[in-house]
Write a protein that binds this ligand. Structure first.
Ligand SMILES: Cc1cc2nc3c(=O)[nH]c(=O)nc-3n(C[C@H](O)[C@H](O)[C@H](O)COP(=O)(O)O)c2cc1C
Ligand code: SF4
Length: 434
């Protein structure tokens, strides 16, 4: 494992780290000054060379995405995705709280590279404190001439606004986010057209995650080669990892993508081990939508490639939630099914019906009224509602499938045992859901 010195969180713990003067005294806003003297193509090439892959969940290379914008466009808009609604993810929140100017500088760099005139930072509604911190930082940047007309005295101008969502998981999906900024219900759009061609207000639009953009000042400052050499070649750069659940030190930690799930749980400088000496039963390592690992699978690497070897959808948001040995796996199943069953926006029949039926079945299993065939019904339903079989507008049901499928298949023995030995006192448990 490589030795690691925090980059994205280097200002964490520094007094008044959110203030412009502090950010600048620690080297901030030098990268954008450098970028403004480069051509757009040079900046894009540097980001491509760094192999910066999106931190929002899909891991799509940022430079390649920017290249999809039509060459003959006259206007471009940039959306910064700070919806952060994947349970149990909070790394964007930490970045915005600790270092809002790092995000603003990254937004300026991406704005310049994509020739965007306006950037909208989309914030989930619950981020009240972060909204004020970020707004204050934006105000400071405007007052200093770093945002608005002719930033840093250059030819480039960019306005930056915060748009606060109303609180829906699906508004983190890029076209749901775009609809929401337009003031409509946050319903994802059918693609194509993709946002790069026709996005916000029908203009070419780039959507990038807060952490993705926060990497940009460091790529420019230290160079693409430096970034490309942090971590494995397919998963480059510094990365934030969250850990929550019954561990000694839940929190947000930074490392190269060469750590394992076990490191995240056990390392003294990370999770610090399990609380009360309990054993791990299961871990959702990439946000719940990526699926679950058993206690025998903790050597999975937290990079963009290894999760597939464990039957997971991907690295996702790299936010792990740990489940201990005392937890009933039926409760875990019901909990994840509930999330997706209540967050589906309802546009697509398979997603709307599939996620809500999976929730009902999972409730029934937890309520001691499950049937053995319910497990196969869950598997079949989960496989028949996502984008991958071409049955939905957005990826929410794919994210609903993986936790259900992996919990059912990896913990099938325990689920079957629970169903076989269940008492029939259903009423009391059902009451508890009211
Ligand atoms: C249901 C759903 C929810 C999503 N939520 C988020 C989110 O909260 N934050 C985010 O950055 N990306 C989220 N995404 C991914 C975005 O659609 C998009 O790919 C991402 O913002 C692109 O940024 P990146 O390329 O920098 O990763 C979500 C996707 C889906 C399907
Ligand atoms: S897949 Fe689900 S969440 Fe996505 S648009 Fe369709 S119904 Fe809405």
């Amino acid at each position: 494992m490589s030795k690691f010195e925090p980059v994205l969180l280097r200002n964490r713990g520094v007094k008044d780290s959110a203030r412009l003067s502090v950010y600048e005294s620690r080297g901030g806003y030098q990268s954008i000054r450098k970028v403004l003297n480069q051509s757009v193509d040079e900046v894009i090439e540097e980001v491509k060379k760094a192999n910066l892959r999106g931190r929002g969940g899909a891991g799509f290379p940022a430079g390649v995405k920017w290249g999809f914008l039509p060459k003959d466009r006259t206007k471009t808009l940039l959306c910064v995705n700070g919806d952060e609604s994947e349970p149990p993810t909070f790394s964007n929140r930490v970045l915005m709280e600790v270092d809002p100017h790092q995000l603003i500088e990254g937004t300026l760099i991406a704005g310049y590279a994509t020739k965007s005139q306006v950037a909208y930072i989309y914030l989930r509604v619950e981020f009240h404190e972060q909204f004020h911190i970020l707004q204050k930082a934006i105000d400071e940047a405007y007052a200093a001439g770093y945002l608005g007309k002719n930033v840093f005295g250059s030819e480039y101008s960019m306005d930056c606004y915060i748009h606060r969502g109303a609180g829906a998981y699906v508004c983190g999906e890029e076209t749901g986010l775009i609809e929401s900024i337009e003031g409509k219900r946050g319903w994802p759009r059918i693609k194509p057209p993709f946002p790069a061609v026709s996005g916000l207000f029908n203009l070419p639009t780039v959507v990038n995650n807060v952490e993705t953009l926060s990497c940009l000042p460091h790529i420019i400052e230290r160079g693409a080669d430096w970034f490309a050499n942090v971590g494995p070649s397919h998963s480059t750069g510094p990365k934030l990892f969250c850990i929550s659940g019954p561990v000694k030190k839940p929190g947000c930690y930074e490392a190269a993508m060469d750590i394992t799930v076990r490191d995240l749980i056990e390392r003294e400088d990370m999770g610090g081990g399990m609380l009360d000496g309990k054993k791990v039963k299961a871990v959702f390592p990439g946000g719940v939508s990526m699926g679950v690992l058993t206690a025998d699978e903790l050597d999975m690497k937290m990079d963009f490639s290894d999760p597939a070897n464990y039957g997971l959808l991907g690295l996702g948001t790299a936010a792990a939630v740990v489940v201990n040995e005392d937890t009933d796996i039926r409760t875990v199943l019901r909990n994840v099914a509930k999330f997706f069953g209540t967050e589906s926006c309802g546009q697509c029949t398979q997603c709307r019906e599939g996620t809500s039926w999976m929730y009902k079945i999972a409730m029934r299993i937890e309520a001691n009224a499950g049937r053995l065939e319910d497990l196969d019904i869950l598997l079949e339903t989960s496989r028949n509602m996502g984008m991958m079989p071409g049955l939905s507008i957005c990826g929410l049901p794919d994210g609903a499938k993986f936790p259900i499928e992996t919990v059912v298949s990896k913990f099938r023995g325990e689920l079957e045992e629970r169903i076989r030995s269940q008492s029939s006192d259903v009423k009391e448990v059902l009451e508890s859901y009211r």
